[in-house]
Design a protein around this ligand. Structure first.
Ligand code: IDP
Ligand code: MG
Length: 183
């Protein structure tokens, strides 16, 4: 009960409904949802299946998935922290070079778990065993994007998905992925 109260307070303070949801009254843990983009460097290298498989194998649940062609407007929003950097035009061009696959991925502490699976930005610096460390040799062509905080996950999910495109279904193996009092 104490854990649940603590989590409720935390959720009310800092998490939107988009990213955190109490499973039910008997199960005292929260599911988070985070945004992953499989970039053109992933789609073109025909690695979509391999990367999706990694998330599934970890026990994360795919809550939404679609192919999209990005344009400059959405990239200026998504990479607002980088628009003034000299490499932004090349980054935007690389993200528009072909369709991307947008994914909403759910799990307990999914934001930090997925971010850790992604690895450091520069593929050459990323640890082996991470997605970038196993599949990328570049700073820019680093095959995946993953939200870096719960707050940004909520903003980024709303940027790429309509609410009805994110599915809140129960996984059949959920009781084997998590303890009832997982925290
Ligand atoms: P992140 O993707 O690991 O969160 P950010 O710093 O948010 O890293 O940068 C967003 C994306 O911009 C990176 O994934 C990468 O594709 C690109 N990027 C970041 N820094 C550089 C750079 O110095 N040169 C070229 N591209 C970069
Ligand atoms: Mg980032």
């Amino acid at each position: 009960m104490a854990v649940r109260n603590f989590l409720s307070t935390f959720a009310a303070k800092s998490c939107s409904m988009y990213t955190r949801k109490l499973v039910n009254e008997q199960i005292s843990y929260y599911m988070e949802t985070t945004l992953v983009l499989l970039k053109p460097s992933c789609v073109q290298r025909q690695l979509i299946g391999e990367i999706v498989h990694r998330f599934e194998r970890r026990g994360l649940r795919i809550a939404g998935m679609k192919m999209m062609q990005l344009d400059e407007a959405i990239l200026r929003d998504h990479y607002a922290h980088l628009v003034d950097r000299p490499f932004f035009p090349a980054l935007a061009a690389s993200m528009m070079a072909s369709p991307i696959v947008a994914m909403a991925i759910s799990g307990v502490e999914a934001v930090q778990v997925v971010r850790a699976m992604t690895g450091f930005t520069n593929g050459r610096a990323a640890d082996p065993g991470t997605i970038r460390g196993d599949y990328a040799m570049s700073n820019q062509q680093n095959i995946v994007h993953a939200s870096d905080s719960v707050e940004n996950a909520a903003i980024e999910l709303a940027r790429f998905f309509r609410p009805e495109e994110i599915f809140d279904y129960r996984s059949g193996v959920q009781d084997y992925l998590y303890a009832p009092n997982e925290c």
